[in-house]
Design a protein around this ligand. Sequence first.
Ligand code: ACO
Length: 334
Amino acid sequence: MEHSGLGLAITGCGSATPAVSVDNTQLSQIVETSDDWIASRTGIRHRRLAPPDSSLAELAAEAAKGAISMAGITAMDVDLILLATSTPDDLFGTACRVQAEIGASRAVAFDLTAACSGFVFGMVTAAQYIRTGVYQNVLLIGADILSRWVDWTDRRTCVLFGDGAGAVVMQANEADRLLAFELRSDGMLNKCLNLSYNSQPKPLLEDVAIAQGTFNPITMNGQDVYRFAVKRVPEVIEKALFRANLTVEQVDWLLLHQANQRILDAVATRLHIPSHKVISNLAQHGNTSAASIPLALDEAVRHGQVKPGDMIAASGFGAGLTWGAALFQWGRFD
Ligand code: ACO
């Protein structure tokens, strides 16, 4: 059925994680750490790690298929594929590989990079295309394989991350289920969290030099990121609630980027949201970057926690620095 482009609904979700799970005790064979240190500081106990012969495109495609199937459409119905990732198989983009993998040959596809905020930024981007009536069915995927980009000798960072993918289908709908959003960026804080290119000058011709090099592993100032998240995330959620004319009591689920249980707890406390409304899968997956919100959503939907019509306050935050909130009602309902 064609819609007028007035609104959108989030009608399907899916996720995929690698089969291999590594626990904190196993990590203590690689770096000087312990299950107690990691679990008490972060809430993380396991993370899934992508094997050498796997690709981001495969992981993203598996999550996408689950979302398409739940939405009750086919890959040929998809108009647009947005792949939020910081770890593409190819710097020119991986969304087109996903398009080929799932057989969505009608769809236009491109990557979107906003680190751990990528899913929320992608949701708002997708909404603009649907609200203007340009596209009816958008597939939004958040996927990252950060195990390929961390320094496995740095215990301050390598224990935090895991690999995964999550996806949603967003469809044109008479009523608009994305009730409000707020996106923010602050490049002045860029140095807190980087996966930066490190190059050396290379003479090419007389008077002409270029630079060539490789990417450095992830660097992070953990305490700065913690302080930033705990202050800024409640602000954008409150702003989105204000825009939607809703109160915090009307939120059924707080769905934050799964960075660290302490951040989840501190944000919930600041917003006066009780812990039973806080979605967390950190113990099983760690921080999966752009995948973390849709992966947690998919698990909560498939376990029957999140039900159609539930009000979700989602917030992503991370490198850039970038952060944002999206307030939406899950699923197809009257
Ligand atoms: N195992 C054992 N000891 C460790 C480990 C580890 N894995 N990592 C650090 N330590 C040690 C440090 O070396 C330091 O020892 P020292 O005092 O002898 O120098 C001590 O523990 C304290 O280190 P801090 O870095 O001060 O540890 P902190 O209490 O701040 O906890 C953490 C670190 C968990 C990263 C915290 O800063 C945090 O939660 N930050 C939020 C950032 C975050 O979650 N980032 C995720 C990625 S970014 C994103 O997704 C937005």
